[in-house]
Ligand binder design. Structure first.
Ligand code: A4P
Ligand code: MG
Length: 180
């Protein structure tokens, strides 16, 4: 897990982002998105995981996914951060269709914002897939093995309830230089 040299932003909170791509050079999409996350206002990219490959959950008739996790320290509110994530998705050519779980150039899910629990039309926290998806939990564990989940369980313990089968860790995305 690369640790970037910046001190933690004052009054910031940790936010955990799940990145996913299965269209148009997914590894490059993830790398590009990590650069954009590092450039977000009032936010630092603290660390990110290796890329992981897995079959698509749900609709199998599409390319394999590359997933990763990033940890941010941010002064943005959860809704401001969600808006920034959607902006980055759009900048990277995300097309939204009526089809559920369609292939995509980039998906940025807000997995956790500190220990917040939110259930509104716009935002659900923790992300509904957090507790069950191997492509979310294992990258998250690589970033923050000591994390305690909002259900009170250590991530390290929770991980044993979710099979790692079908998930392949790839060579690490090049570590990013810290923001000035
Ligand atoms: N929204 C609510 N809560 C959140 C949150 N915590 N983070 C709302 C991000 N968005 C959140 O999202 C739909 C709406 O969810 C947004 O308008 C936002 O206000 P979207 O990105 O437009 O659509 P989506 O991603 O297709 O929907 P959904 O249900 O979030 O899908 P998922 O859960 O992201 O799953 N298989 C593999 N192997 N790897 C994958 O990454 N991803 C999916 C999509 C399916 N299969 C996969 C993978
Ligand atoms: Mg999504």
């Amino acid at each position: 897990m690369p640790r970037l040299p910046n001190p933690i932003l004052k009054d910031s909170v940790p936010a955990y982002i799940g990145l996913g791509s299965n269209l148009h050079h997914p590894i490059q999409q993830i790398q590009q998105a990590l650069h954009r996350l590092a450039d977000l206002p009032h936010t630092q990219l603290h660390c990110h995981s290796s890329p992981y490959q897995s079959q698509p959950l749900g609709n199998l008739d599409q390319p394999d996914y590359i997933n990763a996790c990033a940890v941010l320290h941010t002064q943005l509110s959860p809704y401001q951060l969600l808006a920034q994530l959607q902006l980055i998705e759009n900048q990277q050519g995300r097309q939204r269709t009526a089809e559920k779980w369609a292939a995509r150039t980039l998906d940025l899910d807000l997995l956790l914002y500190a220990q917040f629990t939110i259930q509104t039309a716009q935002l659900t926290l923790p992300h509904p897939g957090l507790y069950t998806r191997h492509f979310v939990l294992y990258p998250l564990y690589e970033c923050q093995p000591e994390l305690i989940l909002p259900n009170g369980q250590p991530l390290r313990t929770w991980l044993t309830t979710v099979s790692h089968d079908g998930l392949t860790r790839l060579n690490r995305v090049e570590a990013l230089a810290g923001k000035p």
